[in-house]
Design a protein around this ligand. Structure first.
Ligand SMILES: [Zn+2]
Length: 653
């Protein structure tokens, strides 16, 4: 998915809480204090931190000392906030007010300012508390009723009626018994309804529990044996008001008044429109998707078109076969008056069929714009290894929404323009050199469709790598510096509002920072490795090692630690599970450079490339101060901008 978050000014208003103030992030907080108000929040700008040249940041000044102490207390206070009731933290706010009153005896300004900030943030925090329900657990966890059977095959066989926005049909689920049980969980979201369940021509009992159906199997289930169940269902599936961010079906018409219909359901889940095991951990080995539509329409789904069967009632059934494992949200229907053109791409695994489906009025534009598809394949096969679904081909399919990474059937609605709907998300200029949807969504064929997260909390596996892939595409065609400018340019979109990882087992995604911050985290990792060939080997290795697998985030983290030979535990703790930007704090005394990491998780020990009066050096800051003797006096220190960190010259000299 391509999710875009624009950075708005910091506002302490609940009504404008979408862009939340970030007080865990010391550099940004620094920028909000009066003595530093002229600064850009350094960690969000393209440039290395500008704080280091400001005299007011001197640690020996009383105001800066007080500030540092205040920040510490403040961070502790915020940590408690998450656990306390509104009453308690309002009480604590008052206590804090008294403390700061004592600290700033002669002035009321700072105590009042800080207390106001706390109270504003407290309102934010209390409004953000997430309450998960039993339904979230049923949707997001591997329940006992899911765990005992292993998906082998789906045959989704449906009639799509654009005239009344309904879907009806069957899904035949074939599974292998892992450990025998009799009750099975099937997900189908309201208002869709299961109307019948059959096994071996016998009707099965079932009951509804919100978006879940409990199916009770009468036949004895034997370990290792394969069984099939036919589920009949119908209904008016949820209509998406904002696809692809809000899951649902889009029922539109093209310029000629002909139905133009598409599904998109990442997050909400495939059970929004068909009954299935709606958890990412289990994928069928293959799938047949049969879609019956009025005869003037074409359905394009995943995989290869096996046949088109003309029916007597002026309809046609399109049979699409996916010969690889497929994740649930990757399954899609796209229905319209499509024209088709195709080409062969000769890639790393031989000839790859590339098929393109667009509306008639867009055919000529598409023939030009989709020339980027083979360019994309060349770049990503270079960086990531072979396209992961040669057997199913590659498709671009026009849809009435922005786009989505549907497996072997990438959907496209970017207006046949470069950039993201014609804009450059990086402000570097490089974002207009490619069609964002073709590049970003197709990158998901490697990171999402081949390597798939098990839990939505680890969605960074999809989005951080797909975001990072954008700059690798730029680098492939325009050089390393261009790629770097692109990824650094996207930092302006980072919010540091909450951790990149979400809550596990409740189908919860983390922060939208999984895109730009995730991409910059990977770019930072590349700087640490400092070996481009090795980095490319690791990217290709990931795709080889986890080819067509569902993975936990920890597996990817461990793989990267193992292959880089660096313990990246604290690195990932910092960037995935914390919202602070590490601050490289240092000072120069004569020919000595003293430095450390601050504003970071305990144990954070990332190596850092710095420039000492222009001369490159990699150092290993820890949380305690380290002193290094330099060859010159009063050197000027700069950090490598490729690292997503802030820096603070404690003396300002
Ligand atoms: Zn995406």
């Amino acid at each position: 998915m391509a999710r875009i978050y624009f950075h708005l000014p910091i506002l302490f208003s609940r009504g404008l809480s979408y862009d939340k103030p970030n007080f865990f992030n010391v550099p940004k907080l620094t920028a909000t204090l009066p003595w530093a108000m002229s600064h850009e929040p350094c960690a969000l700008s393209h440039e290395p931190c500008t704080l280091s040249h400001e005299p007011r940041a001197m640690s020996h000044e009383p105001s800066a000392m007080s500030y540092i102490v205040s920040v510490r207390i403040f961070k502790l206070f915020l940590a408690f906030n998450f656990c306390l009731s509104t009453f308690v933290f309002y009480l604590l706010s008052f206590v804090f007010y008294l403390i700061t009153m004592i600290m700033y005896k002669s002035s009321f300004f700072y105590p009042i300012l800080i207390t106001c900030i706390i109270l504003s943030y407290s309102v934010e925090v209390s409004s953000q508390k997430i309450a998960f329900t039993r339904q979230d657990t049923l949707r997001g966890s591997i329940t006992p009723e899911r765990a005992w059977w292993d998906l082998k095959y789906y045959h989704l066989d449906i009639i799509v009626n654009p005239a009344d926005s309904t879907i009806e049909g069957t899904n035949t689920i074939t599974y292998r018994v892992i450990s025998p049980s009799r009750r099975l969980q099937i997900d189908l979201q309201e208002p869709m309804k299961l109307i019948n369940a059959m096994m071996d021509n016998k009707v099965l009992g079932f009951s509804r529990d919100g978006n879940v159906y409990w199916i009770d199997i009468t036949e004895k289930q034997e370990q290792g044996k394969i069984y099939s169940m036919v589920l009949s269902y119908n209904g008016k599936p949820k209509v998406s008001e904002n696809p692809p961010w809000e899951g649902g079906i889009t029922w539109k018409k093209d310029k000629n008044g002909i139905p133009f219909v598409a599904s998109a359901c990442q997050g909400a889940g495939a059970s929004l429109w068909w009954p299935c095991k709606d958890h990412m951990y289990d994928e069928p080995d293959s799938m047949l998707i049969s879609v019956n539509v009025p005869e003037n329409l074409t359905d394009v789904s995943n995989g290869r078109l096996r046949s088109v069967v003309r029916q007597k009632n002026k309809t046609r059934t399109y049979n699409w076969f996916v010969s690889n494992p497929i994740n649930n949200y990757g399954v899609n229907i796209n229905i319209g008056s499509y024209l088709h053109f195709s080409e062969i791409y000769n890639g790393e695994k031989g000839p790859l069929d590339c098929d393109y489906y667009v509306l008639k009025e867009d055919l000529e534009k598409a023939k030009i714009q989709f020339k980027q598809a083979p360019l994309m394949l060349a770049a990503f096969e270079h960086w990531f290894g072979p396209y992961p679904f040669y057997e199913d081909g590659y498709k671009l399919v026009e849809v009435p929404y922005l786009g989505m990474e549907h497996q072997s059937s990438v959907t496209y609605g970017n207006g046949f323009k470069n950039g993201y709907l014609g804009t450059d998300l990086s402000n570097s200029g490089w974002g207009l050199k490619f069609d964002f949807i073709i590049i970003h969504e197709s990158a998901h064929e490697w990171f999402a469709n081949s390597i798939t997260y098990e839990d939505a909390a680890d969605m960074w596996i999809h989005e951080s790598f797909a975001n990072y892939a954008e700059n690798l595409y730029v680098e492939y065609y325009y050089g390393k510096e261009a790629g770097s400018e692109y990824v650094l340019g996207t930092r302006k979109n980072i919010k540091n509002d909450k951790p990149i990882t979400g809550y596990y087992n409740v189908n919860n995604e983390g922060s939208g920072d999984m895109y730009y911050k995730g991409g910059n985290m990977l770019h930072t990792l590349r700087q640490i490795i400092n070996d481009d060939d090795k980095w490319r080997d690791i990217l290709r290795g990931l795709n080889n090692n986890f080819y067509h697998q569902v993975v936990k985030g920890s597996q990817i983290e461990n793989y990267l630690s193992e292959k880089t030979g660096i313990n990246l535990k604290y690195f990932f703790d910092q960037y995935l599970r914390d919202i602070r930007i590490p601050v490289f704090e240092y000072y120069i005394e004569g020919n000595e450079l003293t430095f450390r990491w601050n504003n970071c998780v305990p144990g954070f020990d990332m190596p850092l490339k710095i420039f000492i009066s222009g001369i490159e050096k990699t150092i290993n800051p820890k949380s305690g101060f380290t002193t290094l003797k330099l060859d010159i006096d009063n050197a000027v220190i700069k950090t490598d901008p490729g690292f997503y960190v802030a820096s603070l010259n404690l003396t300002g000299k």
